[in-house]
Write a protein that binds this ligand. Structure first.
Ligand SMILES: [Fe+2]
Length: 373
């Protein structure tokens, strides 16, 4: 089996200025970013380059409509490289924009049009979660088809992934919490995946340790910009390590189940994942308590300073300091949706469910939804 593959070259710079010195941004580049990132980091450098502000094309997670509108805007510029400087939405959109975009981008997601790479893609993530800079997955809501779908082909890999911890400085507290918990879940789901290799395990474990240790230090004083500042490098690296791990070994049931409430009630991805995390793990424990999950529990118990028997309660308590644990009904879920979401998870999320630590039956998935409802 292939044990590890990292496609983009990975670069690291402390500041955006150093990144610019090395990459020499200029007229042949198209920068896709948000005004709130452009103003503090790019504008002071006085670089002449083409810029598109993503927020002009819609808010929230990527959609085919957003991609179509941005692809049309892009035609006004003449450029070689696309530089994606932003969070998951910008990164995923730019993965698609680096291809030849047909009139309706949905055709790329359905497979009606074959992907063809046109532009060199440089990704500079500004959140510490998705790991999307090293994976080939681009996820978008396909409005015309009323569904969310991932495009994951060789052509959607970035050419260069650039880590700049300075660009995490302005993250709002809540975005820091949701994005870093997403990274923690990438690390743990890929660690337990049947596709894990000794290489991906190394990245998963290191990411788990760095994120949990970082949280401990931050939470001693409270989750604020000032208290996080000394640890941004750790979080930028950890989310990338977790991206390398799940880019190879995959994510699983936590992600699969969370897409239902993420899609139906527009719950941000990291928060939705967090609501399912420990409940999925309790189900795994019921089915196969020996083996790798016992190892994972030991790692977490050691970091939390608790016994393995109550590691999930402690994890919920610990992570609950960052994001509130809610019942799914608080997001607007109705009791009859337990059935609906169970069915749609089985139907649409096999890509993820096949990476489960142990096979989960339809009844067990229903039980998880019911316990959280
Ligand atoms: Fe995720």
């Amino acid at each position: 089996m292939e044990a590890l593959r990292v496609v983009p070259a990975i670069h690291y710079f402390d500041t955006f200025k150093e990144f610019n010195e090395a990459f020499q941004l200029g007229k042949r580049d198209l920068l896709v970013t948000n005004q709130w990132m452009y103003d503090p980091y790019v504008k002071p450098l006085g670089i002449e380059l083409n810029v598109i502000f993503q927020e002009k094309f819609g808010s929230g997670e990527p959609s085919d409509e957003m991609i179509d509108a941005m692809a049309a805007e892009m035609k006004k510029y003449d450029f070689d490289r696309i530089v994606a400087f932003g969070g998951g939405t910008i990164v995923d959109i730019c993965k698609v924009l680096s291809l030849r975009v047909p009139e309706r981008s949905v055709d790329l997601f359905t497979g009606a049009v074959k992907p063809e790479k046109l532009h060199h893609l440089v990704v500079v993530p500004t959140t510490c979660g998705t790991g999307s800079e090293v994976t080939n997955v681009a996820i978008a809501e396909l409005k015309s088809l009323h569904t969310k779908k991932g495009l994951a082909v060789e052509e959607t890999y970035a050419d260069e992934a650039v880590l700049v911890p300075e660009s995490l400085q302005g993250l709002p507290d809540y975005v820091f919490a949701t994005s870093s918990i997403d990274a923690l879940i990438h690390a743990i789901e890929s660690y337990l995946s049947p596709k894990a290799s000794p290489f991906t395990e190394m990245y998963s474990r290191k990411a788990m340790e760095m994120i949990m240790e970082g949280y401990k230090k931050i939470l001693e004083k409270g989750n604020t910009k000032e208290n996080r500042a000394p640890y941004l490098k750790e979080f930028a690296l950890a989310s990338n390590y977790a991206g390398i791990a799940f880019g190879n070994a995959g994510c699983a049931a936590v992600h699969a189940l969370s897409y239902s409430i993420g899609g139906a009630f527009h719950v941000p991805h990291g928060e939705a994942n967090y609501q399912f995390f420990t409940e999925v793990f309790k189900m795994y424990m019921r089915k196969a308590p020996e083996g790798k999950i016992a190892e994972a529990n030991r790692i977490f118990a050691e970091m939390l300073g608790c016994g393995v028997e109550n590691v999930y309660e402690e994890l919920d308590r610990f992570l609950g300091q960052l994001i509130g644990k809610k019942k799914l009904r608080e997001y607007g879920m109705k009791e009859e949706q337990i059935e609906e979401f169970t069915k749609s998870t089985i139907e649409n999320q096999q890509r993820l469910l096949k990476n489960n630590y142990v096979f989960l039956t339809e009844e067990e998935i229903r039980e998880i939804f019911a316990a959280l409802y």
